[in-house]
Design a protein. Structure first.
Length: 247
């Protein structure tokens, strides 16, 4: 009897464990089957303050199943000019606004108007279940630590989605239903609008110290090799001419 009772108790514990494991597996499967809501986002090629960047605006889906026909991207006040990339399936328009007072751009010129927003429209709607990426080239403001927000209106064949929500102070942006695309400016990368310096690794390979050179600097050894090559080519050409004359 004791053995039967022990076996029964062990069987109950095993069933209970299997029940817990089964519930855990069910939760995992439910999590996989229900993907997170995809948002309209902006991904910069660089976040360095004061650098030139290309922003990729991703449109991952339609409006509640309806195909997308238009995207309007509002630019922060700190951005004056933008160059949109043309797209074969979209017509693009820059929407201007007057600046009062005028501002001075990075080239020292007076600017009286700025690009307030960029609108992409299409006669070939982007179907639900497909995505597209639109690009904007611009100069990021030299404001390290500032969050740049790009409120975006997605127009569809039926309805629209206004991606304009901005989290309040201390609020988690992930809790927003239609968050505005944004990113934070980081520390500047140096001169030349973020262009990387040329690194000479010839000494580092031997355990020495790498030398950082200015962009466009010329290695004297390279110049010497080039001159020697040109001289050799000239002598070869002279010898060829003499051989032809003798023949």
């Amino acid at each position: 009897m004791k053995r039967d009772a022990a076996a029964l108790s062990g069987g109950r514990r095993l069933v209970a464990r299997l029940g817990v494991i089964g519930a855990a597996v069910t939760l995992v499967l439910v999590g996989v089957a229900a993907p997170a809501q995809a948002h309209v986002t902006v991904t910069p090629s660089t976040t360095a303050a004061g650098a030139y960047a290309v922003l990729e605006v991703s449109v991952p889906h339609g409006c509640q199943g309806s195909s997308t026909t238009g995207i309007t991207i509002q630019l922060p006040d700190s951005i004056v000019s933008v160059t949109p990339t043309r797209h074969a399936l979209w017509e693009v328009e820059k929407n201007l606004e007057q600046l009062d007072p005028p501002v001075t751009d990075s080239h020292g010129r007076q600017v009286t108007e700025r690009v307030a927003s960029v609108t992409y429209r299409t006669d070939s709607p982007l179907p639900e279940g497909y995505r597209d990426v639109l690009e904007l080239s611009l100069l990021l403001p030299d404001l390290e630590g500032e969050t740049l927000v790009f409120p975006t209106i997605q127009t569809c064949e039926q309805g629209e989605s206004a991606w304009i929500e901005v989290p309040a102070e201390g609020q988690d942006g992930e809790a927003l239903e239609l968050p505005a695309p944004s990113f934070v400016l980081t520390a500047a990368e140096g001169d030349d609008h973020g262009a990387p310096a040329v690194i000479d690794t010839s000494l580092a390979a031997d355990g020495g110290t790498a030398v950082e050179e200015e962009p466009g600097a010329v290695d004297p050894w390279t110049v010497g090799a080039l001159v020697a090559g040109l001289v050799g080519a000239g002598l070869g050409g002279t010898a060829l001419v003499l051989q032809r004359r003798r023949a």
